[in-house]
Design a binder for this molecule. Structure first.
Ligand code: NAD
Length: 246
C-alpha cells in the first residue's frame, strides 16, 4: 500500500484535504492538486512526503502539465479522486451563460479532463476513480440549475466510466455528499437553508469532511474491489426521505 499513489483534486481544503489526510494516514503516497497555490502549499505542509501540484482542472494544458509532473515524480498512479468543485445557487432565469459555463468548466469538464489525462497511468495498474457529485445531482431544486445539472452529469459520467473501463480493471464510483460545513457550503447556505437542511436530514445535522472522506477511501480501496458504477449518498439519510432540497 505504501507504494500506491493517490491523486486528489481540490485538495487544498475541505473534503479534498480530509480525503488526502485519510489516505496519507493509511500510508499511501498522496498528490494534492488544486488551483489555489497558496492554500495548497499550506495543506501540503501538513502531510509529509505529499506532492503538491498547482493546476486548474478546467484548463486542458494545465491538466496535461500536471500529469507529466505526477508521472515524473511518482512514476505511477493508482487512484484518482475527482473532488474539485464550485458551488452556484441560482435559477434558470438568473443564470447567464458565463455563470453556467463557470460551473460546468470545473464540475463537469474538470472531471472529464482529469480522468482522460490519468487514464494511461491508471490503466497500467487497474486502478480506481472516485468522482464527487452531490445530493444536488440526485434531486432537482428551484435554486441549482447549473450546479445540480453539473452534478447529475458527473453521476452519469461515473456510470459511463465504469462501463467502459471495467475491461482494463479500472473501477469508477461516485459519492454524493449531503451538506458539509466547508467554505463552499458556507458561501451559499443562508440561515434559512441551513435550518431547512437540519429538519430535512434524518440525522438532523450537517456531515463532516471526515465522514465523506471515509466513504471515498472505502470506494477507492481494495475492500471495494467488486464495486463499480455505484452512486453512494453520504447524506445523513436525506435522499432516502423523498423530501425536496431546501
Ligand atoms: P471547498 O470549496 O472547501 O474546496 C474545493 C476545492 O476545490 C478548493 O480548494 C478549490 O480551490 C478547489 N477548486 C475549485 N475549482 C477548481 C479548479 N477548477 N481546479 C482546481 N481546483 C479547484 O469545497 P468542498 O465543500 O470541500 O467541496 C468538495 C466537493 O464536494 C465539490 O465537488 C463539491 O461540489 C462537493 N460537495 C460539497 C458539499 C458541501 O456541502 N460542502 C455537498 C455536496 C457536494
Amino acid at each position: 500500500m505504501k507504494d500506491t499513489v493517490t491523486l486528489i483534486t481540490g485538495a487544498a481544503r475541505g473534503i479534498g484535504l480530509a480525503t488526502a489526510t485519510l489516505f496519507h494516514a493509511e500510508g499511501r503516497r498522496v498528490v494534492l492538486l488544486d488551483r489555489d497555490a497558496e492554500e495548497l502549499a499550506t495543506a501540503a505542509a501538513t502531510l509529509p512526503g505529499a506532492l503538491s501540484v498547482t493546476c486548474d482542472v478546467s484548463i486542458p494544458k494545465q491538466v496535461a502539465q500536471a500529469l507529466t509532473e505526477v508521472e515524473q515524480s511518482c512514476g505511477r498512479l493508482d487512484i484518482l479522486v475527482n473532488n474539485a468543485g464550485v458551488a452556484d445557487f441560482g435559477p434558470l432565469a438568473e443564470t447567464d451563460f458565463a455563470r453556467w459555463r463557470r460551473v460546468m468548466d470545473t464540475n463537469l469538464d474538470g472531471v472529464f479532463l482529469m480522468s482522460q489525462a490519468c487514464l494511461p497511468l491508471l490503466s497500467a495498474r487497474g486502478g480506481a476513480i472516485v468522482n464527487i457529485a452531490s445530493i444536488s445531482g440526485l434531486r432537482a431544486s428551484t435554486l441549482r440549475i447549473a450546479y445540480g445539472t453539473s452534478k447529475a452529469a458527473v453521476i452519469h459520467l461515473t456510470k459511463q466510466q465504469a462501463a467502459e473501463l471495467g475491461e482494463v480493471g479500472i473501477r469508477a464510483n461516485c459519492v454524493c455528499p449531503g451538506p458539509v460545513n466547508t467554505k463552499l457550503a458556507l458561501a451559499v447556505h443562508s440561515p434559512e437553508i441551513r435550518a431547512a437542511y437540519h429538519d430535512a436530514i434524518p440525522l438532523n445535522r450537517y456531515g463532516t469532511e471526515r465522514e465523506i472522506a471515509e466513504v471515498i477511501c472505502f470506494l477507492a480501496s481494495e475492500r471495494a474491489s467488486f464495486v463499480t458504477g455505484q452512486v453512494v449518498a453520504s447524506d445523513g439519510g436525506f435522499d432516502s426521505t423523498g423530501v425536496g432540497l431546501p
